[in-house]
Design a protein around this ligand. Sequence first.
Ligand code: EPZ
Length: 422
Amino acid sequence: MEKLIVHGGAPLKGRINISGSKNSSLPILAATLLTKDTCTIRRVPDLSDTNYMVRILGELGAEVERASGVVVVKAEKIKSVAPYDLVRKMRASICVLGPLTGRLKKCQVSLPGGCVIGDRPVDLHLKGLEALGAQVTVDGGDISVNAKKGFKGGQMNLMGKHGSTVLGTDNVMMAAVLAKGTTIIEGAAAEPEVEDLANFLIKMGAKIQGAGTNRIVIEGVKELHGAEHTVIPDRIEAGTFLVAGAMLGDGVTLKRVMPEHMKSVTDAMIKCGFPLEITKDSITVRPNPNAKGFDLTTLCYPGFPTDMQAQFCALACVINDSSSITETIFPQRFMHAAEMKRMGANIEIQNATARIRGGAKLKGAPVMASDLRASAALVLAGLVAEGSTEIKRLYHIDRGYEHLDDKLAALGARVERAQDRS
Ligand code: EPZ
């Protein structure tokens, strides 16, 4: 078990390249199961989650080669069962459900287990597949889909209590591209990662309109062919480094970003008073000791992303003012708050709203990572804290941030990986 030790106070300065998107790579890798031809996916970040998806493709029978960000997949013959042992380690494995249904018209995928960020049902995914004429049963922890008879285009709404579902939209889209006739997805997720998946599917020969909006129309085709694709930059990794650069230092520049995907985050930072220089593929940020607090609410895209909520809680700690952030997507997603309190943060959680009184100096402490974005927030808090912060369960960070410690060190941070013997 590894931990990350962050020695606080070292000013950040310089430029880094942002990696390809984790949340784009995962469904796009799964989509390669839709064809027997070769697919080449570029800029796939080196993360335990993408490594895991590559392993799942291999276990399902695909030939997979991987070298420095390029993944080549040939899913000539594939199996229709994705067992618990394979799926349990990563919730996003659920996104093989759509491609297996689309290609084989029959599959069995284990139901994903619990998640610390909150209740994460897949009812909308299943509702979507049923609207395509598939018979869906859930039994013994497994989802069984049989679409041998009457698999055809249909209409459904994927808007749930907490907004549209991202992977649900991906799954239904990946099934519908090979369904006879027209499918209309209302209440679709409009995230850039959904649009990126659609662009890859279109390169494979799919007929899709409206991806990136809340209404997607798909015209089924007989089969898909191989294609090449470069995934979009990771807007959440970029947002995390933007917050780091606003918290301390003397100017951090992010290269290889798509600022248009980050507007809700950059707008929020500009409103607080953090100076941003934005070009077509870079953003430079500096701290502002007189920055103002914020009142934010997480929403589906293009609203403020839930995956940036924890990082903004850390940012609020250095703003000499009061801030609040309400979490509407995963109302219990505040595992970072108790750990930040251990570092002296003045943060209260009430009814899915965090209220932070910033300005007090944080102090380094041993803290526990609980999930990907919560652990990123603890790293950010450690960067500004007095003394050293030990973040245990580093594997949470390695799931979604490519070489985070190297990138931070390149900006001047004093961070080190260490064995956690405790
Ligand atoms: C994706 O998860 C992302 N993961 C998450 O990022 C992100 O937090 C989330 O979208 C929201 O933006 C990947 O892309 C791999 P949802 P997903 O289905 O698709 C409820 C990270 O940090 N819901 O959009 O699993 C659900 O409980 C991760 O990188 C239903 O009720 O999330 C939640 O409240 C964490 N029924 C809301 O919808 C369903 O069938 C949004 O979930 C599906 C979801």
